[in-house]
Ligand binder design. Structure first.
Ligand code: NAG
Ligand code: NAG
Length: 463
């Protein structure tokens, strides 16, 4: 186990706070305070970013960005957001393209009107090591990083982060994320609950998962029907893609370096018909032309479950690679020349994809923790149908009856999506017209969903 200097450090902080009586903030967080991000509009909330060591000896350090709630942060919950990949950045994808307060646009940052820090104190973590600005000085640690290592690092990160921000220790804590975070989030919640048995530190109130990988075969095999029903593949190709070689079999063979000839034939037909000019993460959104070439990297092993609109990505890549921006963020580049959306140095144990996490979700629900699984309904990578099947199956297995029958929900005067709730604790919702990165393509609907989730309320039934 890791050595935990947490208790002593909290006491030190407490002492310091006595000296600075009246100071609400911990002095340790002050050096992480962001004075101003280059090009940002004036805002009323505070921002922090910097490093938290998760293993002093090896100099493994995880980078975070923290945007306090816009209004009355002391009354609002703490929300951790994690992007997937594995190996993609919660800073670049989550904060600067999806649900953070700003989006880069040329030289400046524009305000995201539907930022989740309207409702919560938002903490974005670049994890595991090797992602974004997170690093280790022992480069052999980038090898064979897996779900276990990531989960422990995330746990230690939060313990140590609380030393910097002791005012958040007892705050309601929600853990949220997307895509491969369907592994990270339940695994981290489980570790926290175990940790709490020794020492109550994490006031976990629920988890939310967007287009998550929860069970490899159900999630990946719902792709064929999604392609077919959206007209991306023909009837005959659909038949081949279900009975000749299904997608889970292909991916499984691919990551073992032994693609069979039948799978190779089926996949090349599927790829030919779907075309690289359609973004698999949003089958209806036009791709911007600058992104078209990059579409060919979709089958790169590191890219199987996570990619974002490349137009936004380009802006983010440019912005986060500016020296003045890195300085303002207290970020450093260690072992890499540039900040990248998805890590080029991390060597993740990709077969971990096949570990089911739906059972962990089940144990969380059973222990009384609310869970929301939501789906951007235009995503073909982790389609809504697979997630819906998994949530329904889980409810059935746990003996949870439907408390909100399948129905539409509203944002403004339009249908925001569909929802179903089981036992008042396990919820499923779609976000209409949303991509894999739902808060990017449907920010207003996503914020509505997020607010209902935090408040523990069902989604608006009327307008
Ligand atoms: C996918 O293919 C594998 C291997 O052929 C098979 O075992 C599995 O049942 C198939 N799954 C679906 C959903 O068709
Ligand atoms: C679920 O519904 C069934 C049938 O109406 C009922 O017998 C059962 O007690 C319900 N379970 C719960 C947990 O409410």
């Amino acid at each position: 186990m890791h050595s935990l200097p947490w208790k002593t450090m909290v006491m030190t902080v407490a002492l310091l706070q006595v000296c600075f009586s009246g100071e609400v903030e911990s002095s340790l967080s002050l050096s992480d305070k962001i004075t101003e991000l280059p090009g940002q509009p004036q805002v009323s909330f505070q921002q922090f970013s910097g490093y938290v060591n998760v293993d002093k000896k090896k100099q493994r350090a995880l980078f975070y960005y923290f945007a306090e709630a816009e209004i009355d942060p002391a009354s609002k919950p703490l929300v951790l957001w994690l992007n997937g990949g594995p190996g993609c950045s919660s800073l670049g994808v989550g904060a600067f393209s999806e649900n953070g307060p700003f989006r880069p646009s040329g030289e400046i940052l524009v305000r995201n009107e539907y930022s989740w820090n309207r409702e919560a104190n938002m903490l974005y973590l670049e994890t595991p090591i090797g992602v974004g600005f997170s690093f280790t000085t022992d480069s052999s640690s980038y090898k064979a990083v897996d779900d276990k290592i990531t989960g422990m690092d995330n746990l230690v990160f939060l313990q140590h982060w609380f030393v910097k921000f002791p005012q958040y220790i007892n705050r309601d804590l929600f853990i949220t994320g997307e895509s491969y975070a369907g592994h990270y989030v339940p695994q981290l919640a489980e570790l926290m609950i175990q940790f709490n048995k020794k020492e109550k530190l994490f006031n976990v109130k629920g988890i939310a998962l967007g287009n998550p990988v929860l069970e490899f075969s159900t999630d990946f095999n719902s792709r064929a029907e999604f392609f077919w029903s959206h007209g991306l593949i023909s009837d005959s190709t659909y038949r081949m893609f279900t009975s000749g070689c299904n997608y889970s079999r292909y991916v499984s063979e691919y990551y073992r370096g032994s693609v069979s000839s039948v799978c190779s034939i089926v996949m090349s037909q599927v790829n030919k018909e779907t075309s690289r000019f359609v973004d698999k993460y949003d089958v209806t959104l036009d791709v911007c032309m600058s992104s078209v070439l990059s579409q060919s990297i979709v089958l790169n092993p590191k890219q199987v479950t996570e990619r974002i609109d490349v137009c936004v990505e380009d802006e983010t890549v440019n912005y986060l690679n500016r020296r003045d921006v890195q300085k303002a963020l207290h970020a450093r580049l260690v072992g890499v020349n540039r900040w990248a959306v998805c890590s080029n140095i991390l060597d993740y144990e990709l077969l971990n994809l096949e570990i089911p996490t739906i059972s962990i979700v089940g144990s969380l629900v059973k222990a009384g923790f609310p869970v929301l699984v939501y789906s951007g309904d235009q995503d073909s990578v982790i389609p809504l149908t697979g997630s819906r099947t998994l949530v329904h199956g889980l409810a059935k297995g746990l003996g949870l009856n439907t408390t909100v029958p399948y129905r539409v929900w509203f944002e403004g005067k339009q249908v925001g999506g569909w929802t179903q709730v089981y036992g008042n604790i396990l919820s499923f919702a779609t976000i209409r017209g949303a991509s894999h990165e739902a808060p990017f393509s449907q920010p207003e609907r996503s914020l509505r969903l997020f607010k209902a989730f935090l408040e523990g309320r069902s989604l608006p039934e009327m307008f």
